[in-house]
Design a binder for this molecule. Sequence first.
Ligand code: NAD
Length: 256
Amino acid sequence: SLPGKTAVITGSNSGIGLGVARELAKAGANVVLNSFTDRDEDHALAAEISQETGTKARYIKADMSNGDECRALIEKAGACDILVNNAGIQHVAPIDQFPVEKWDAIVAINMNSAFHTMAAALPMMRRAGWGRIVNIASAHGLTASPFKAAYVAAKHGVVGMTKTVALETAQEPITCNAICPGYVLTPLVEAQIPDTMKEYNMSREDVIKNVMLERQPSKAFATVEQMGGTTVFLCSDAAAQITGTTISVDGGWTAL
Ligand code: NAD
């Protein structure tokens, strides 16, 4: 259990990030939610988590495509014992038609943000004498699919950065690991169904069954609760010697 620890979860007003925040709060951590918007409903999510778990929860707006804002998020949090780099976007297109601004945004949000937040958080973890970094990579951090050049490049980059930070902190009470989810039915995955339907000229049902879950031998989506549970495990004492590695939560995808 994690009472007294403060967790910062980037991109956590939706999907996996929100699921991870809920599980960390259930385990006793105070949580900082984040996204680039500043709506009443963003702050309401934090209030709801506080109410449900009795821990402190706050929402802090910061755009993870901007390095200065990434670092400011950690500073504003005031403490960061647990850092979960989760913010991410997707765009599906063949590389010769891949919009340059989409490439830049994916690399910035999905990869560069983790550089900035880790750089800002590590000194705080060192002062606190304890730290856990969990980077939400992807099965696409270990394997590739067509039409996802930017995403696959960024996620492989996150896995590489994870190993490097683990080596830099190896003799400290800090660990750095990546979770590699397979398909989880979140808004991010919902949004790529129409493009993939067009790309393969398939119905929605066929895209889910024959494209998405085709790669996932379990034939079931993984859940945000499972990502949260895996994160809580990586923050536990049992995981103190687990560092610099990836945990796949992908229904067997990367075993294929
Ligand atoms: P999602 O769209 O539900 O969540 C993405 C989160 O990132 C949202 O909270 C969004 O507000 C936030 N975000 C986007 N741009 C941001 C920005 N510029 N600044 C701050 N926050 C920003 O998607 P998700 O599926 O929950 O994805 C979360 C992470 O999990 C991503 O890194 C994604 O690549 C990864 N992932 C998802 C799946 C899946 O199947 N859903 C599989 C593997 C990896």
